[in-house]
Design a protein. Sequence first.
Length: 184
Amino acid sequence: MQNNELLKLLAITFDYHTIPYIVIGNQAVLVYGDKKPVNDIVIIVDLTTDEMSEIEIIIKELDLEILVDNYQEFVYDTYTLPCSSEKFEMRVDFIFSSSEYDKMTFARSNVIEVDEYGIKFASLEDIIIHKMVSGKPGDFEDIKSIISKNRDFQDDYILRWLNRYDSSLYMDLSLKFKDLIKEM
């Protein structure tokens, strides 16, 4: 698979430059949930937006294209740097670590072998939280697939973080998650 090749190249490059990272998003769903076609890689890096030059080196080394004009301003506003790989026909989003929660995801990450290389993935609980907060089309289906294949997960951890997001984002994520579990 071409996306495995790019994912492995990204991991090797991050490890070479000793930049802490974790894979989250649809590539992580492939590890814990249903196998479905994906055309993106989302990586959280343990860097601040002021350390953007570290990612610029990786972008250059892997011949990635930045997808937005005035990307420095975009990163400062969104903490995200959207890129793409023409060679692999894959989008790659770098998310700059900015919260207490992001720091926890690094501590809870799992190293999973992909094409004989250990790649750091977010835990399944953190992927569920990420997808609950994101709320994009298909995220609830991804969560259901993860839970259906991994019945032994830490729902107390998920609910604790969703409750925090409920109060800060004025959302009912914890209630939505409990409803989603009841549906299954």
